[in-house]
Write a protein that binds this ligand. Structure first.
Ligand code: SF4
Ligand code: SF4
Length: 618
């Protein structure tokens, strides 16, 4: 019988010394884990796990789905599977050597042993490939960790080769790497074997002890975030429900110090691997604003562990709430939430500038975001009795001449398809999205209560929303607040795509166009295919470099439209449209329309024009 020999080629005192060294290692590891659990409130996250969420987490981790969405994530697959298999192999050896053998049991013998050797060599190879591919992509700390892993991998193979050349057996050929290496180095390292063994073991122990204090921590925490977090972009949870608040004086929202973050956001900080994908995808960062979501996450995490970090106001207000960072994070850390939580506190403390104050005042005084009287709102749009849909036009298109033209034509189109459309007239106010993104949670919830009451009074069952910002709050955020919410919320893009698919609307002949996906349509609501089902029928339709869920924000989101006053993001978008030779930029959001239109004018790019998606149909 061929069996695996433990501690081969080593003096007999080695096991006892090794276990003695393991004691402080275990203490350091356990203390590190305790510290992480305490500072990041991981206990609370663990208590929220259940079988369903855990199976989702395991499937996300095993498939590495988020990681490989970007090409640069592929090397991680090698490291992940290599490490996982080597870890399982080590546990198997430990079980056999330290538990089963004492009961006269052996798992690794003959065929199972041969198979084990084959799998371990294959895993070691995959592991080393992963380490080598990732090495150039990491910064200093990551490089040091990877170099440590590289040494562990290479020394493991060298020891295996030395063992094989000293005492070959039937299993040797299954250790295909060690066996080939033994042909090259023979027993030249025999005299150094014990030294290599100790350096290999001690480095591996140090890595284990260091795990909770380093980037390697994500190997434990990413399973929790992958289990608990949703796939899409969600706005952070409500810090309170206005309807349940008894004493407004006691309310506290957002955070000054990260210790004040709610546990369901705090625990995520422990899962960051500093990969920088969030920053790579951040439009604010790309146009040179002082915002790197990666640095925000790392800073807050460091602060929870005792380091100094100041999250500056200008960083917080640079965010356009586009959701790109949250959607691109392989570990579901969701940097957007920390910025929005901080805004809540800044607004709560009155730390907002004049323009932000004007937005809040406009909504308080006029109930719309444009500081214009409500009287006559939507008087230009007739309303049908017994409607199929109530239309929510949104503030921008309600008052803007271009918007009035677009919506009038849209409603005509829908009526020509046999649908009856009712309006709210002067009763339509703001949906509350701008103040929620600004951080004024109380005012947002006032709009939620007022609008949901209006819908109840009128018996609204189907709401057609023209503005994707309104779509997000009505579809995803109102139901979290209004207990008996029973309204089907439909985007005008979804409805137009359906009517076009059913042959009830026809395409006009417009050439050379591209589509700018609004963040609120593609990222927040996953509406990517619907506009394309219309656009693909047109000659010369081309995608821009960044499209679908990888779209690039126009710069209006996160209430920036009201306070930022610059259009560098929209200009980026215009350049992208020009790069592909488009003559028409099709949009599906009032704010994208305004931003891109202004950018075109500002750049003198008069050969380009903006079209609303409904203008493609007749
Ligand atoms: S939401 Fe958008 S702008 Fe804000 S940090 Fe994330 S990627 Fe940057
Ligand atoms: S927050 Fe996510 S995407 Fe950003 S650096 Fe951390 S792990 Fe990477």
């Amino acid at each position: 019988m061929v069996v695996r020999e433990s501690f081969a080629l080593l003096p007999s005192y080695v096991p006892a010394v090794m276990y003695a060294i393991l004691v402080p290692i275990a203490i350091a590891f356990i203390y590190g884990i305790y510290r992480v659990f305490a500072r990041f409130e991981l206990w609370k996250a663990l208590r929220s796990l259940n079988t369903g969420s855990l199976s989702r987490g395991f499937s996300r981790v095993i498939t590495q789905r988020r990681v490989i969405e970007k090409l640069k994530g592929f090397p991680h697959i090698f490291l992940f599977f290599g490490t996982l298999l080597l870890f399982l192999g080590t546990v198997t050896v430990f079980l056999e050597t330290d538990v089963l053998k004492h009961f006269g049991l052996l798992i690794l013998k003959d065929t199972s042993y041969f198979l084990f050797e084959l799998i371990m060599d294959l895993s070691g190879l995959i592991f080393l490939i992963g380490v080598l591919l990732l090495l150039p992509t990491r910064e200093r700390e990551g490089k040091l960790l990877l170099l440590g892993l590289l040494y562990i991998g290479i020394s493991g193979f060298l020891m295996e080769a030395t063992r094989i050349s000293s005492s070959p057996n039937e299993a040797s050929i299954y250790s295909f790497i060690g066996n080939s290496l033994s042909g090259l180095i023979g027993s030249s390292l025999r005299g150094l074997y014990e030294a290599i063994w100790w350096s290999h073991a001690i480095l591996a122990f140090i890595m284990i002890a260091y795990l909770p204090y380093s980037n390697l921590l994500h190997s434990l925490t990413s399973l929790v975030t992958s289990s608990l977090e949703e796939d899409g972009v969600e706005f952070p949870r409500e810090p309170f429900l206005l309807q349940d608040v008894e004493n407004v004086e006691e309310l506290r929202v957002g955070f000054e110090r990260p210790e004040e973050l709610p546990w369901y956001e705090k625990y995520r900080l422990a899962a960051c691997v500093k990969c920088g994908r969030c920053t790579d995808s951040c439009p604010a960062n790309q146009v040179g604003r002082p915002l790197s979501p990666r640095d925000v996450v790392i800073g807050l995490r460091g602060s929870l562990l005792g380091a100094h970090y100041e999250l500056r106001d200008e960083t917080v207000w640079s965010c356009v709430a586009c959701g790109a960072c949250s959607l691109s994070c392989p570990n579901y850390v969701k940097p957007l939430d920390f910025l929005m939580e901080r805004r809540r506190r800044l607004v709560f403390d009155g730390r907002i500038d004049k323009k932000m104050g004007e937005l809040v005042n406009s909504l308080r005084r006029y109930r719309n975001s444009l500081s214009v009287p409500q009287r006559g709102r939507l008087s230009w749009l007739s309303s049908d009795e017994d409607p199929d849909y109530y239309i929510w036009v949104g503030c921008q298109y309600s008052f803007d001449p271009i918007g009035k033209r677009i919506v009038s034509r849209l409603v005509e189109l829908l009526r020509s398809s046999g649908l009856r459309i009712a309006t709210f007239g002067e009763m339509e106010t703001c949906c509350g999205e701008p103040v929620r993104r600004l951080g004024e949670e109380g005012m947002f919830q006032e709009f939620v209560m007022a609008n949901s009451e209006l819908f109840k009074e009128l018996g609204v069952k189907k709401l057609l929303v023209v503005c994707p910002h309104g779509l997000t709050v009505f579809r995803k955020e109102y139901p979290r607040i209004v207990r008996d919410w029973d309204v089907e919320v439909v985007s005008h893009v979804e409805l137009l795509a359906r009517l076009h698919g059913e042959g009830r609307l026809k395409l006009r002949q417009i050439d050379d166009l591209t589509f700018h996906d609004p963040c609120n349509l593609s990222r927040y609501n996953g509406i990517v295919e619907e506009p394309r089902s219309v656009l693909r029928g047109l000659r010369g339709y081309r995608e821009m470099r960044r499209s679908g869920k990888d779209t690039f924000c126009c710069g209006a989101g996160g209430a920036n439209y009201w306070y930022q006053g610059e259009s560098s993001m929209a200009k980026e978008r215009v350049k992208e449209a020009q790069e592909i030779g488009a003559k028409n930029v099709v949009v599906a959001c009032p704010f994208c329309y305004a931003m891109i239109n202004d950018a075109i004018k500002g750049m003198g790019a008069e050969d380009l024009r903006v079209l609303e998606i409904s203008e493609l149909l007749e």
